[in-house]
Design a protein around this ligand. Structure first.
Ligand SMILES: [Zn+2]
Length: 728
């Protein structure tokens, strides 16, 4: 069932915008639109379409030089028809259901769809144009409905269930057994096992949720767009940098305009010396969509209630219990317990930071929430005096990437050779990756610089998932994408240290994709529980600042001198600054998200005012007035309009794993310790989703993760955190 695999890839952010940020749980049992049945495609439309031909390119890389935008839709339609025929063949098979004729047959379905969408989806991230944008709005809804039609296909589920119930007698090997387990689970969690009445109710709930979450996002967008802080005098722009001023200058209005996007908000709050204006922008930001026509409060309440109701129909205590069942945290109690262990030390540090800033202000006025960014920056400058520009010559792109290759070689024995393959853009560079026994692992492509057709940020994707079925061993094609600024002709690309960390991070996702030794696409890739999938990426960031590693890659691009230790020390000290604030605002939002989703439907129905509910919860945890949650309920689109409901905690959870995981190398007193690296390779990078994430981690580490390395990494007092282990 590659189709589900792709859906997860879709949800994990690669094409989140295109997916409308839909929630896995919110659509799984959605209604199937009749109009989709009318899909037809003629032979003439398919003539000369490269998706229907054999790809004789090097390593089977998509023939980018021959693929045109107009090839996608006919090929996709053809793939839908093929998929339907394949499903019909499985359900219509007169033989009794077996692993081969049902589970394995299902895994083999959708080959053409995989080929089309694994090319289409990454391309929309790097080469977006109007034609592809239009295709996104047409392709993804059809794709979603086809996926739903499979998980709600009763005849198919019956066969899956029959095989599942006889699993102990089948003598399956580990990967086959896992495929059966995951396939069955996917169906059950989508509601396939419910009786007809309950199924109908779930379908109704999903339809209403889909409307509400869309409305939530639209309200937020309207409120965000409606606000403009207009600056017209020198007094208004006091403290703002020339660069920022240039970026917010509006020629028509003849004024500087600051909106509510996070980046402009933070820059203004940091730089502006006008306290009254800072307060105005701050209030506009935090009170968005919390009253009037676009009030999201009632929507949040109703969404929470419907999710709770659906979870109850499926037999769960709450939506959070449903969501966390397949994650590492397992239960909302575990997730909350973990958050609270970080909460105490984080809040204590935040209070110290507040005192530092009040000391700088003196008696002039009492420090308030809208002062935080501005005074934090003042303290940072006074304390660390660090100039980013002094660091950059030591982090040249090619040297940094070679450093990442060298790390992968020392840890896992991998080698990287440049190769010529077709690519979607001439700036892309390609490498063949080989394992320590010299066997071919896959193709790794790098697209590192910003351009207009590319979305922002940094990410990894796959142009082809790993698969090894019926003796056909297909190795992955993975890519890393970043948005580094293109240097002037002939000059090197010099990076900020945070960008170096990002490069190693994405490289980690890439290795997780390319090193897999799993045969089935359903669990051969990087997808997995939300609170685990960042671990293989985040752990590699720890190597970037190690002296032994720096000596390998952080050399001055002109002189070749290794970065001086004193500079590294200041860089790392500055990185821990303001962690109290950052931890507290993040954990506050995570707790809020969890509490909304541990409500029963009856409890949710009793809430009349979202603000009152939110305030009571934050007061219960002791949040201070000077810090707002990173997201308040009316603009918490991760949780009310995106795929992160009861899952916002996951970013920090992954940090326990990477901090504790890297600590294994520290304990061995060797950042390339062969025995530790071998376990990391076997149980994390090669293992995909072979077992539940907590078991994979334990096999690597020999124990459950401890929270202490995370706290130390953030510069917190470990003794303030209570018990040592995070995940009993
Ligand atoms: Zn990541």
């Amino acid at each position: 069932m590659k189709i589900n695999h792709l859906l997860i890839a879709c949800l994990s952010g690669v094409i989140l915008a295109a997916c409308g940020g839909r929630d896995a749980g919110d659509s799984a049992a959605g209604a199937v639109d009749d109009t989709v049945d009318e899909i037809t495609v003629s032979e003439a439309e398919l003539a000369g379409n490269p998706f229907l031909e054999e790809w004789d390119t090097p390593y089977g890389v998509p023939p980018f030089d021959r693929i045109e935008d107009e090839h996608f839709m006919p090929a996709f339609k053809k793939s839908v028809l093929e998929l339907r025929a394949e499903i019909a063949a499985i359900t219509g098979n007169p033989e009794p259901p077996s692993f081969d004729n049902t589970i394995l047959a299902l895994e083999k379905t959708g080959a053409l769809m995989t080929r089309v969408l694994f090319t289409f989806s990454p391309l929309t991230g790097t080469e977006l144009n109007d034609a592809l944008r239009d295709l996104q709005t047409r392709i993804w809804p059809i794709f979603s409905r086809e996926s739903d039609a499979i998980t709600l296909n009763e005849a198919l589920f019956k066969r899956v269930l029959t095989v599942y119930e006889s699993r102990d007698a089948l003598g399956l090997d580990e990967q086959d057994a896992r495929l059966l387990e995951l396939t069955h689970r996917e169906f059950v969690r989508a509601g396939a096992a419910l009786d007809a009445d309950a199924k109908a109710e779930v379908t109704e709930i999903n339809a209403e949720l889909s409307e509400l979450t869309t409305k939530f996002a639209q309200n937020l967008l309207a409120e965000t767009k409606a606000f403009e802080l207009e600056l017209t005098s020198e007094e208004d722009v006091a403290g703002l940098s020339q660069g920022f001023k240039a970026s917010i200058w509006d020629e028509d209005e003849q004024a500087w305009i600051v909106g509510l996007n996070r980046s402009a908000f933070e820059t203004f709050m940091t730089q502006s010396e006008n306290r009254a204006l800072r307060e105005r922008l701050f209030d506009a930001y935090r009170l968005r969509a919390s009253e009037g026509e676009y009030d999201n409060g009632p929507l949040a309440i109703r969404i929470a209630q419907l999710r709770a109701q659906r979870a109850e129909l499926m037999g769960y205590e709450s939506h959070a219990h449903y969501q966390l069942e397949t994650r590492m945290a397992k239960t909302p109690e575990n997730a909350e317990g973990f958050l609270l262990r970080v909460w105490g030390p984080g809040l204590a540090r935040a209070k110290e930071e507040r005192a530092d800033m009040q000391a700088m202000i003196g008696d002039a006025f009492t420090f308030a929430a809208h002062d935080w960014w501005h005074y934090a920056e003042k303290v940072r400058k006074a304390r660390y005096d660090l100039d980013e520009n002094a660091l950059k010559p030591y982090f040249e792109l090619d040297a940094v990437r070679e450093g990442a290759f060298e790390m992968a070689n020392r840890l896992f024995g991998l080698s990287f050779e440049p190769v010529e393959v077709p690519t979607w853009n001439e700036v892309v560079t390609a490498y063949e990756v080989r394992d320590d026994d010299d066997s071919h692992l896959g193709i790794f492509l790098f697209d590192m610089h910003a351009r207009d057709s590319k979305r922002g940020g940094a990410w990894m994707n796959a142009y082809r998932p790993a698969s090894n079925i019926d003796g056909e061993n297909i190795r992955p094609i993975v890519t890393n994408n970043m948005n580094l600024t293109t240097p002037p002709e002939g000059e090197p690309t010099l990076m900020r240290f945070s960008e170096v960390e990002t490069l190693f991070h994405e490289f980690g996702h890439g290795l997780h994709g390319i090193m897999t030794r799993i045969d089935y696409p359903t669990f051969s890739g990087v997808d997995g529980p939300r609170d685990y999938t960042e671990f293989p990426a985040q752990i590699l960031e720890h190597w970037t600042a190690e002296p032994e590693m720096l000596a390998l890659y952080a050399t001055h691009y002109v002189t070749g001198e290794v970065i001086p230790e004193s500079l590294v020390e200041r860089m790392l000290a500055a990185a821990n600054f303001n962690q109290g604030f950052e931890t507290t605002e993040y954990v506050a939002a995570s707790l809020l998200d969890l509490r909304w989703h541990t409500l029963s439907s009856a409890e949710a129905a009793e809430i009349t005012d979202a603000r009152v509910f939110e305030k009571a919860i934050l007061a219960e945890y002791g949040l201070i007035d000077e810090i707002e949650p990173r997201y308040r309920s009316p603009y918490f689109s991760h949780t009310f309009a995106g795929g992160y409901s009861a899952g916002y905690y996951a970013y920090l959870w992954s940090e326990i794993l990477d901090s504790d995981g890297f600590n294994a190398f520290k304990e061995a007193e060797d950042i390339f310790d062969p025995a530790t690296a071998a376990r990391l390779k076997k149980w994390i990078y090669q293992a995909g989703g072979l077992r539940e994430a907590d078991e994979l981690y334990r096999n690597f580490r020999g124990a459950d993760p401890s929270i202490e390395p995370l706290l130390r990494g953030r510069g917190f007092d470990v003794s303030a955190a209570g018990e040592a282990s995070s995940n009993e």
